[in-house]
Design a binder for this molecule. Structure first.
Ligand SMILES: NC(=O)c1ccc[n+]([C@@H]2O[C@H](COP(=O)([O-])OP(=O)(O)OC[C@H]3O[C@@H](n4cnc5c(N)ncnc54)[C@H](OP(=O)(O)O)[C@@H]3O)[C@@H](O)[C@H]2O)c1
Length: 297
């Protein structure tokens, strides 16, 4: 599978596997987690997206337990994780409410914990999870830079940042922010027109799309016109509707990297099918029109 170079030392796979829903799976055994990891690696999906907060701060621990049973796999993988959301559960059970913390102390502590829980020497890519209204850009930028300097993290990025948040943080850093992970899918496609993707392209920053299937709701009757269009086109193309929805993202010139989230090994095994689909311009617009509920102006 094609890789996208994020920095001198980090390249990620064109499709990424996300572990947000890991704890929704009834089977959380190391062997089942390993089966999902292997289903990814067998197709060249080598990049795995975590966050400290996933599973109420338990997903990294579970993932780490699985990796410890097959340590040779680590060298074939790129591990992404995120920090700065604090919510009163797990390690932060003593907090009064959910909030964001982009202080130097919190970032350092969170990264140390992620390394420990996943049993890693280095995180390939660290993202700030959400823009924090209380972010002191100079302090946060220095904290992120120091993680590269100490070798704990190989590359840095953000998530859910608008262009102005990103520009502010970048102006306070030495290292480049190499990616922005934002919500993009057929249903939530505002990034295509609100300047987010244009800005990332202009700055040569890679977009990652979280919930590329809108959490599976593309296929239910949230939007029956879109669900039907995906079904009809899937018969023409001879692929799963999910592959068409991902191919729709892959066609965008900004090189969107979809972060997929199924817990089903049979579905994971089909993720790379999307790469075989070449949507022509009219087919791409057919899906866009169905998603928006009207033709383009
Ligand atoms: N940065 C952020 O703020 C942020 C926010 C949200 C997510 N993320 C990242 O994005 C990743 C993906 O998010 P997501 O899980 O919402 O992605 P998704 O791929 O849009 O949705 C996956 C969900 O759709 C269901 N689904 C239904 N039909 C499916 C089909 N045909 N193929 C595949 N899945 C189908 C899956 O159920 P089954 O498990 O039963 O297949 C699963 O519950 C997360 O794991 C996380 O890494 C990041």
């Amino acid at each position: 599978m094609q890789k996208t170079q994020l920095s001198e030392s980090v390249a990620v796979s064109r499709i990424i596997y996300g572990l947000w829903r890991l704890t929704d799976d009834k089977d959380r055994s190391p062997s089942h987690i390993l089966a999902k990891i292997e289903a990814c690696l067998n197709q060249g999906i080598t990049s795995f997206d975590q966050a400290d907060i996933y599973g109420g701060y338990s997903s990294e621990t579970l993932f780490g337990s699985a990796l410890k049973t097959a340590p040779a796999l680590r060298d074939q993988m790129e591990i992404i994780t995120k920090c700065n959301i604090v919510t009163p559960t797990g390690v932060y059970a003593d907090r009064r409410l959910k909030y964001y913390d982009t202080s130097q102390a919190h970032i350092q502590q969170s990264v140390d914990r992620s390394l420990r829980e996943m049993g890693l020497e280095q995180i390939d890519l660290l993202l700030l999870h959400r823009p924090d209204p209380l972010m002191d850009a100079a302090e946060t930028g220095a904290a992120l830079d120091s993680l590269i300097q100490s070798g704990k993290v190989k590359a840095l990025g953000v998530s859910n940042f608008r262009p102005f948040d990103l520009a502010l943080l970048q102006a306070n850093m030495t290292n480049k922010l190499v990616c922005n992970q934002i919500e993009i899918n057929l249903q939530d496609n505002s990034a295509l027109t609100n300047g987010d993707l244009a800005y990332l392209q202009r700055k040569n920053i890679v977009p990652m799309a979280w919930s590329p299937l809108a959490g599976g709701t593309l296929f239910n009757n949230n939007n029956p016109v879109l669900a039907e269009r995906l079904r009809d086109m899937s018969l023409i193309y001879g692929v799963e509707p999910a592959s068409l929805a991902v191919a729709w993202l892959l066609k965008h010139p900004s090189n969107i990297l979809p972060v997929m989230g199924s817990n089903r090994v049979d579905r994971i095994k089909c993720f790379s099918e999307a790469l075989s689909v070449e949507l022509d311009r009219q087919s791409w617009y057919e899906l866009y029109e169905a998603a928006n509920g009207h033709e383009v102006p």
